[in-house]
Design a binder for this molecule. Structure first.
Ligand code: MLT
Length: 409
């Protein structure tokens, strides 16, 4: 008799954004005359930068000719992309990262979800933020690294509470942990971590022989020059941190799919006998076994971002979404709510002071605007909602006018 992985039974029945999509579909089916504006899931709306579409066309033409046709590429990504990433995203910021430490993939979501496979299941102590991007916690639940869900929290996890009291940036825990998830600029709160805060995490990881999984998918939205874009801007981070980056929110690649993960060769993890092993070799083994590389035209499109024109175009795109974020933040503040995010991140995290699913329903039913209820990101998310800045200017302005009208009713 085939048995299931019973860890899956500990999970909520469906993924947060699938749950929201189902509710929105039910609403639009029942109210076809009421167009809904989606500021829920962080999905981009603006077209790809022209340098990317030009590179996609050119690379597709290469695939049409025998002499330049390409079959399987290197699983880790073509050298032209890994080297461009190394130069622009790391060397230019003084980060000690080599091109062969960069693994190109089809998404930071997949990498954040898959990375836990290379660490022990039994005995690995997790530190996970709350609120959190659900992938970090759910994939560990699936792997059996947690107990059951009791009152909204999985047993055996050290939760890192992000609350108004700590400015939504959790301090290092007082207990030892082994696998630490951090995300800055943060999803869902939009909060950013200072150099000193990240340095405290790196020191903690070093002291505990732990690994930090650092998700910096939103780094292109940082405008404050004092805020680090990479964990590797912190001295010593190479030995304890893996970093995830994505072209999704940087260059509108949510549908195009390209991302990368940095696994430094100096990062070590230990076997049951306490012997050290380079994590790079394990991830390389996993990646080459389970992944066959990102399509050549997509990697060419990603590499185009690193040309001078590409840099201007992605800056214009992220500036555009940050312009939306500024409008959202101003309008929400004017309505009397306190919020964070939106200045160095495309998300605005609003303290609504009431049940977050109730507020979600209010915005959907009264304003036909979709947000994300904070409770979906964890217990500390209750009382908050997240509004995403990813939409057209017209839709954002319409949504804000509708929200203001609905809340005055
Ligand atoms: C979000 O809305 O949190 C993101 O779009 C999810 C993702 O990037 O997978």
């Amino acid at each position: 008799m085939i048995r299931i992985n019973e860890n899956y039974l500990k999970l909520k029945a469906s993924y947060l954004f699938s749950d929201i999509a189902r509710r929105v579909t039910a609403y639009t089916t029942a109210n076809p005359a009421k167009p809904v504006i989606r500021l829920g899931i962080g999905d981009v709306t603006e077209p790809l930068p022209p340098v990317c579409t030009a590179a996609l066309h050119a690379a597709t033409d290469e695939m049409a000719v025998r002499a330049s046709f390409k079959g399987y590429g290197p699983e880790q990504g073509y050298a032209f992309l890994r080297e461009a990433i190394q130069r622009h995203d790391y060397a230019a910021r003084g980060c000690p990262v080599e091109a062969d430490e960069i693994f190109v993939s089809d998404g930071a979501k997949c990498d954040c979800g898959n990375i836990q496979e290379i660490f022990a299941t039994a005995g690995t102590r997790l530190a996970i933020p709350d609120p959190v991007y659900p992938v970090y916690i759910d994939t560990n639940v699936m792997a059996g690294r947690t107990g059951g869900n009791v009152d909204g929290r999985y047993a055996g996890v050290t939760y890192l509470d992000s609350t108004p009291a700590n400015g939504y940036v959790p301090a290092v825990p007082t207990v030892a942990t082994d696998l630490i998830y951090l995300c800055f600029p943060n999803n869902p709160t939009g909060a950013v971590a200072t150099r000193a805060q990240l340095a405290a995490w790196v020191a903690y990881a070093r002291a505990n022989q732990a690994v930090i999984l650092f998700d910096s998918a939103y780094e292109a939205y940082i405008r404050d020059p004092a805020i680090p874009h990479s964990i590797y801007e912190i001295e010593g981070a190479r030995d304890v941190a893996i970093e995830f980056r994505s072209f999704s929110k940087t260059a509108g690649f949510t549908g195009t799919r390209c991302a990368y993960t940095v696994v430094p060769k100096s990062l070590l993890a230990y076997d049951a006998a306490g012997q050290a092993h380079p994590v790079h070799a394990l991830w390389n083994r996993r990646h080459t076994t389970k992944f066959n590389g990102v399509a050549y035209p997509i990697q060419k499109a990603a590499a185009a971002i690193f040309t001078p024109e590409g840099q201007q175009q992605v800056r214009a795109m992220t500036d555009f979404y940050l312009g939306n974020a500024a409008l959202i933040r101003a309008a929400i503040t004017k309505l009397g709510f306190s919020c964070v995010g939106g200045d160095n991140a495309p998300y605005i995290w609003i303290n609504v002071g009431r049940d977050s699913w109730e507020f979600f329903d209010l915005l959907l039913n009264q304003a036909q605007v979709v947000c994300t209820p904070g409770a979906g990101f964890g217990k500390c998310g209750e009382g908050h909602v997240r509004i995403s800045a990813f939409n057209s200017r017209e839709n954002v302005e319409t949504a804000l006018a509708r929200i203001a009208a609905a809340l005055k009713r």
